[in-house]
Design a protein around this ligand. Sequence first.
Ligand code: PAF
Length: 284
Amino acid sequence: MKIIRNPAKMTAWSREQYRTGKTIGLVPTMGYFHEGHLSLMRMAGRRANLVVVSLFVNPTQFGPNEDLSAYPRDFDRDRELAAGVGVDVLFVPDVAAMYSSWEKTTVIVRDLTDHLCGADRPGHFAGVATVVTKLFNIVQPDLAVFGQKDFQQLAVIRRMCTDLNMGIEIIGHPIVREADGLAMSSRNTYLDDSLRESALSLSRGIDLARRLAGAGERSVKQLTIAIRAFINSCPETAIDYISFVNDRSLHDVTVVDEETVLALAVKIGGRVRLIDNSYVLDGS
Ligand code: PAF
């Protein structure tokens, strides 16, 4: 596996591959790999001839009170894990290589970024859309794989790609879960045993909604009451949002249908903010 740190060298490598007729799949990441990331890399490997993984903890998507400096990092471990699943290039630029002090351009995807995680994290999705655009321009992939756990991020990137005619296929990978249902996340490393138990309130809240909807309940008001009561009954949980939204517009809905996604954000132990989501109806 090649390690490339310089954006111009990354672009040159991609162009070289295109000359030999190879396709390239990109998996953008912020590192500290877990099984979820590795699944995205394997999927990229099934869909393209060559896999590039970018590892860049992007400062512009963190707010002033967020955990940029505390974001977990372990380059040696990441390098081994990526090599182990057959990644061809690990692209690891530093901040100075990605951003100059002269930058005047930000990519803003309107409307989709106003609520859910965007409501509490102003500027977050502009940071994501801008860095993903830069990564796409540098790596020039045919396709890119993103996890469905960051459901709003995936919707924003799909919209951006379509609106800006980027011509890159965006593939969503299903959420990868621990055996007990907890959605895999780099942030799970902040949870001790008792907080980890509390963190299960998200996946269990989703299971509850799916069970109730499966039994015929379609009212978002009633479903929200049930999930709120359940999550509040779990220790060390503070609900950030419980939202039932249309999967493409991300607008709130009042009645559940096949396009409805339940998205949750819950703070565990006062500081670890976790998200999870799922379609509400089976087969949707
Ligand atoms: O999902 C992430 O890890 C990040 O938001 C991404 C897409 C790599 C952009 O920094």
